[in-house]
Write a protein that binds this ligand. Structure first.
Ligand code: SF4
Length: 435
């Protein structure tokens, strides 16, 4: 696949460094690895996130196993965080699973003060994929949530994240560990199977996603989905259309929450590559794929308009929608001109404040937001932004946009297998399906 090969090129230096670290740690024995992992984990100084009745346990696991098996999703740079610790834990996990679990537990004790403690009503376990047995093996499950686990009694509610397929037995096992129920957040990203597989490098089918959602629902657990606003290499218009289709698709299934994350330019991602290498490309600028320093980020006015569009899908949708918390706004402005918040216009600041209010959990004053929208939509700045946004429509269809961006990436990228990459691109494009 073309995008997978591009990611391999983008990540080449990083993976060379990871290979070096893996070799280095592979030469240590189990006890040396354990000592080192405990020390390194302490240095990470992990803080758990808490609010009344809620605790987010941030477990310092191996991280995303997909990152080291098939290369990461094209928009994600998770693997760059703590790469040394991640490599160390990877070797420890391979050589001695009980020692691996010891590190996870030691960190829990360090942060929460002890084992055998009273749980919060809601205990969230933040590992990348809770149901991935390499990242969170059965021994870890037992150590935290088994009969002799870390809590004096079963917590009332549990929340976990997963990026893959959820089996019925996984849900049942998790439900057994909590007194009332569990909530499972699935990383779905987008409705289009082709984009997920060929452009985002996340090969999970819609059939498997739907089956997982129904499995969770039929067993009485709560299911949530995380999706993305903004797609690497697409116009604002296309990204917003895809977001709407994704929300409508999910809204027809038994999903309680739809969490919208905002695509940001992270290191070693395809969107960063486009930002660094193609933002001066006049052709891409012309079709609206890159917009100078705002490459791949949605305009603030368009963001405001999109939120309105989401709430207009139906009268109950706002109960399901969660925007991914505090940094939603920071992300919206972080890569703006000179990354300077002060350069926003008065109107943009005002809109950001409104968006901040509406996207905060529990403060969804939709009526007020819509009243404000009725004023905003008459302003010349709004009309101007929306005119530009609307003019992106029909310039290219999605298939052509992917092909065009792929060709521009090929034109710019340095590698010694360009012919192979070109064939991969055209092969992927031939398989393109609007789904
Ligand atoms: S988005 Fe999730 S599954 Fe994909 S690379 Fe990042 S951490 Fe791994």
């Amino acid at each position: 696949m073309f995008m997978q090969k591009i990611i391999q090129i983008i990540w080449e230096n990083h993976y060379n460094q990871v290979d070096y670290l893996l070799n280095k740690y592979d030469n240590l024995d189990d006890n040396e690895l354990l000592d080192l992992a405990l020390k390194e984990c302490k240095k990470l100084n992990i803080k758990y996130f808490t609010k009344p009745g809620f605790m987010q346990n941030i477990i310092p696991s191996i991280g995303c196993t997909k990152c080291f098996k098939q290369y990461p999703c094209s928009y994600c740079s998770f693997h760059l965080e703590n790469e040394q610790f991640s490599a160390l834990m990877r070797i420890l996990r391979k050589k001695n699973v009980n020692y691996y679990v010891k590190v996870l537990l030691a960190n829990f004790k360090e942060v929460r003060g002890d084992y055998k403690i009273n749980p919060y009503p809601v205990e969230l376990f933040a590992v990348r994929d809770f149901f991935n047995k390499f990242e969170f093996p059965d021994q870890a499950f037992e150590a935290f949530l088994g009969e002799n686990g870390v809590f004096k009694k079963k917590p009332m509610y549990g929340t976990v994240f997963t990026g893959g397929i959820v089996k019925r037995e996984d849900v049942e096992k998790l439900q057994d560990a909590f007194r009332k129920n569990v909530s499972i957040m699935m990383g779905i990203e987008i409705k289009s199977e082709w984009i997920r597989k060929y452009w985002l490098n996340k090969n999970v089918s819609n059939k498997d996603i739907e089956k997982s959602i129904y499995n969770i629902h039929e067993l009485g657990a709560t299911c949530g989905a995380t999706i993305i606003l903004g797609m690497p290499g697409l116009t604002d218009k296309q990204s917003v259309q895809l977001l709407m289709e994704t929300i409508k698709w999910l809204d027809n299934m038994p999903i309680t929450y739809i969490q919208i994350g905002y695509l940001v330019i992270k290191p070693n991602t395809v969107q960063e590559y486009i930002y660094n290498e193609l933002r001066d490309n006049n052709f891409l600028k012309e079709i609206g794929v890159v917009k100078g320093t705002r490459t791949c980020l949605i305009d603030i006015i368009v963001l405001y308009d999109t939120i309105i569009k989401i709430y207009m899908i139906n009268e109950n949708i706002y109960k399901k929608i969660i925007f991914s918390t505090q940094n939603f706004i920071d992300n919206a402005i972080r890569y703006r001109d000179k990354q300077n918040y002060g350069e926003l216009t008065k109107l943009e600041k005002e809109l950001l404040n409104d968006i901040l209010k509406i996207t905060r959990l529990g403060t969804k004053n939709i009526k007020q937001f819509i009243e404000k929208y009725m004023i905003i939509k008459e302003l010349p700045e709004y009309l101007d932004a929306m005119e530009k946004f609307n003019s992106q429509e029909d310039i290219f269809d999605l298939r052509n946009t992917f092909q065009t961006v792929g060709e521009e990436i090929l034109d710019r990228i340095t590698c010694n297998n360009k012919m192979e990459l070109t064939l991969e691109l055209y092969n992927d494009i031939t398989n393109y399906k609007d789904d």
